[in-house]
Structure formats: structure tokens, C-alpha cells
Design a protein around this ligand. Structure first.
Ligand code: HEM
Length: 238
């Protein structure tokens, strides 16, 4: 039995941290572009400071757009280099077994907030159902970030083109793009807070965090957290 199992290859690790870096820069520059003090998350001091830093709002917009285009090109490159990996990821993330996965999600949330006694009190088993390559929490966030990412990229490109190529006839399309861009960023960001807590701070997921650098996880972690995946790789070979 191998001591560790391969979980991510180099291109998966690269695209994950490239995506995280782009998200950070896009959030920092994007929030700086908001010019409405009523909805500005950090108050109007932040956009003003950000604009002053780069020599004005027009420059900040160009920087935001360039990072957005680099972000999209990074994913195109990843798809060219590792299409098989992307197909595997999407297949795993979007295959949900309603009975097993919903039971996992509900029990996990109760365990993390009220503890096992709360589950026993209502006659529920505190043991979590076995999970595959991703657990249902990871799948829910990954689904939101894939769908949200596509919406953000498409609406971002529409807004980019609106300044340069689209005429005034496209104002409805551009208006919807602005709204959907904000909603998608907000939804993915909400999930991201939970994702960062679960993936990087929660001690029980520490081996998963290390695997985002090393590419491998210990046998015991794979068996305990991703039993269906572990069963598969230990029966079929890696
Ligand atoms: C500081 C920022 C971040 C940290 C520390 C972090 C950490 C991790 C770790 C450790 C994993 C591996 C989980 C595993 O395979 O067992 C992972 C997976 C993943 N990350 Fe991140 N991540 C960060 C930012 C992001 C961002 C910005 C996104 C997208 C908006 C993202 C999307 C994903 C997705 C889709 C997966 C695969 C599914 C999952 O495990 O939830 N991550 N992340």
C-alpha cells in the first residue's frame, strides 16, 4: 500500500494558485472601481486611495481589464495543456448523489455548529456518509466557482467590448452584464470565505492544504476523508 496518493498534477496546482492570485488582484482593483459610496464595501476612502495609487480611475480600469484578460487566457492555456484534467475535475464536481451527498452536507453543517449530540437528539447517525474525490461541500463551492467564473468572464468581456466595439444598441446587454458581474462575484466571494477557512485554516484538512503544493495526500487522509476515491485507487491502482 503506498504511503501517499497523487491528488493534483503540476498544471492543476499552477491553475489553482494562478486563479487565486488573479481573484485577489481582480477584487482589489474591482472594488476600487466602485464609485457609489452607498454600496462601497470599504467606504469611499479605499477607491480614492486605489485610484490615487495608479494615477486615476481610467488607469485602474485598464489594470482591472488586463488582469481579467490574463486570467481568461490562463484558463485557455490550462485547457490546452491539461484538457483531460479539466474534464476529470468537471466530471467529479458536477456528479452529485442526492441521498448520500445531501445527507453529508446537512450532517457536516450540524456537526460543525451544534456537534454530534444534536444529530443523536433527532435520531440521526452522526457518522458522515462516505465521499468521493471531493466531498459535497467542496463540490458545492467548485460548482459555484465554475458557473460564477464563466459568468464573470463573459460579462467582463462584454463590458470590455462595450467601450470599444459595441454601439449604443447594446446598452441593455451591457446593463445586464454589470448586474450579473456583481452578483456572480458576490456569490463566489461568499463561498470563498468558507473555502479558505475549510481548506487553509481547519486543522483536519491540513493534508489537503499541503497537497495543493506537493500534489499528494497521505493514505490515512485519503481513506478517512475521501473513502470512495480511496476504494477506487486502491482497487484499480492509481
Ligand atoms: C488563499 C486562497 C485559497 C486557498 C488557501 C485555497 C486552498 C485550496 C486547497 C487546499 C484546495 C485542495 C482541496 C483538496 O483537493 O483536497 C483547493 C481546491 C480548490 N480551490 Fe482553492 N484556495 C484558495 C483560493 C481559491 C479561489 C480564489 C478559488 C476560486 C474562486 C478556489 C477554487 C478552488 C476549487 C474550485 C477547488 C477544488 C474544489 C475544492 O476543493 O473546493 N480556491 N483550494
Amino acid at each position: 500500500m503506498p504511503r501517499v496518493h497523487k491528488r493534483h498534477d503540476r498544471s492543476d496546482i499552477f491553475i489553482h494558485w494562478f486563479n487565486a492570485a488573479c481573484w485577489l488582484l481582480l477584487l482589489l482593483t474591482g472594488v476600487g472601481l466602485i464609485q457609489n459610496p452607498a454600496i462601497d464595501p470599504f467606504g469611499s476612502g479605499y477607491p480614492e486611495a486605489m485610484r490615487a495609487l495608479v494615477g486615476g480611475g481610467a488607469n485602474l480600469l485598464i489594470i482591472h481589464e488586463v488582469i481579467g484578460v490574463v486570467w481568461i487566457l490562463g484558463f485557455v492555456l490550462y485547457l490546452i495543456v491539461n484538457f483531460k484534467g479539466a474534464r476529470f475535475f468537471l466530471g467529479e464536481v458536477f456528479s452529485v448523489s442526492p441521498a448520500r451527498d445531501m445527507a453529508w452536507l446537512v450532517r457536516k453543517m450540524v456537526l460543525m455548529t451544534l456537534g454530534p449530540r444534536a444529530l443523536k437528539a433527532v435520531g440521526m447517525d452522526p457518522e458522515l456518509p462516505d465521499q468521493g474525490y471531493y466531498n459535497m461541500g467542496q463540490k458545492a463551492f467548485a460548482q459555484a466557482s465554475v458557473v460564477g467564473g464563466v459568468v464573470i468572464a463573459v460579462t467582463g468581456l462584454i463590458m470590455l467590448l462595450s467601450d470599444r466595439a459595441l454601439g449604443s444598441g447594446a446598452s441593455g446587454l451591457v446593463g445586464w452584464s454589470v448586474t450579473l458581474h456583481f452578483i456572480a462575484v458576490g456569490l463566489v466571494f461568499a463561498g470563498l470565505l468558507v473555502h479558505i477557512y475549510m481548506a487553509a485554516i481547519s486543522p483536519e484538512e491540513r493534508p489537503g492544504f499541503k497537497s495543493m503544493f506537493t500534489g499528494v495526500v497521505p493514505d490515512g487522509y485519503a481513506r478517512h476523508h475521501h473513502r470512495l476515491w480511496w476504494n477506487k485507487i486502491t482497487t484499480d491502482g492509481e
